[in-house]
Unconditional design. Structure first.
Length: 259
């Protein structure tokens, strides 16, 4: 049976670690799903990974819909969550309802993710949940705020840590079913994880979260710049380059095709 948001919450209570990765097309989504990944995020990181932008900011809702449809066609089991891109939910609750509604109606994803835990974001989460749209929160380093925060670790001072903790609690109270903790100290992530009854999914937040997520391009060694907290389990960039060069050489030597 396909993974549900209710199962994700139950797994925290059972102490079962949650495994999450990102996907941006049909082929990759099929591989991740068949490998048994619990949760697949169509992250707005695809703006950088698949579309070549320097930040996540330029990607549009139409582009997210396009990629989410492709991922959906490749997934049978994993829970599918899709990011709401920058400025598709911040203007008003009505805008957020429209954007999130499009993602669920047009792509078949089961939940959306939005960044931030300020009062406006919390109000937005509450309203989305009220109309039946499951929401994953995201605090700590929020890439859509890159021009304000940069990519540095967040929550390093006591006051900043307390603020992130308060945001996480507010998001849970608003009805979020899980929260991504990005690039914060592991001690802070542990404190948040212990405080919340919903699961925390860490990325660069240490080992004490209820689950972990990585951008799949980082895991596969495809990224030109590796985040300090990511681990490459294989160097596909090198492997693919070698294969392409071998093909090019055989074509140049007229060794391919053989007949």
């Amino acid at each position: 049976m396909p993974v549900t948001t209710q199962q994700i919450v139950q797994w925290k209570q059972q102490g079962r670690a949650i495994v999450a990765l990102t996907a941006w097309d049909f082929a990759l989504a099929t591989v991740l799903d068949e490998a048994g990944i619990d949760l697949i995020l169509i992250g707005d990181s695809l703006a950088m990974v698949a579309l070549g932008y320097n930040t996540t900011l330029p990607i549009t809702l139409d582009e997210m819909v396009h990629h989410a449809k492709a991922v959906r066609r490749g997934v049978k089991q994993a829970l599918l969550v899709c990011d709401l891109p920058f400025m598709t939910y911040q203007e008003s609750v009505q805008q957020a309802l429209h954007s999130a509604g499009r993602l669920l109606k047009e792509t078949g994803v089961q939940a959306v993710k939005l960044e931030g835990g300020n009062p406006i974001a919390v109000e937005t989460v509450a309203r989305l949940v009220q109309v039946g749209i499951p929401v994953m929160g995201h605090v700590g380093l929020t890439p859509q705020s890159v021009h304000r925060l940069g990519y540095r670790q967040q929550g390093t001072s006591q006051s900043a840590g307390e603020e992130i903790l308060a945001e996480a609690i507010a998001l849970e109270q608003a009805g979020a079913f899980a929260i991504v903790l990005e690039h914060i100290p592991s001690e802070l992530a542990q404190q948040i994880t212990q405080k919340l009854s919903i699961p925390t999914i860490g990325i660069g937040a240490g080992r004490y979260c209820d689950g972990q997520v990585l951008v799949t391009a980082d895991l596969l060694g495809l990224s030109s710049r590796q985040p300090p907290f990511a681990k490459a389990y294989v160097n596909l960039r090198e492997t693919i380059t070698g294969a392409v060069q071998a093909f090019a050489q055989e074509v140049s030597d007229r060794a391919f095709p053989e007949k």
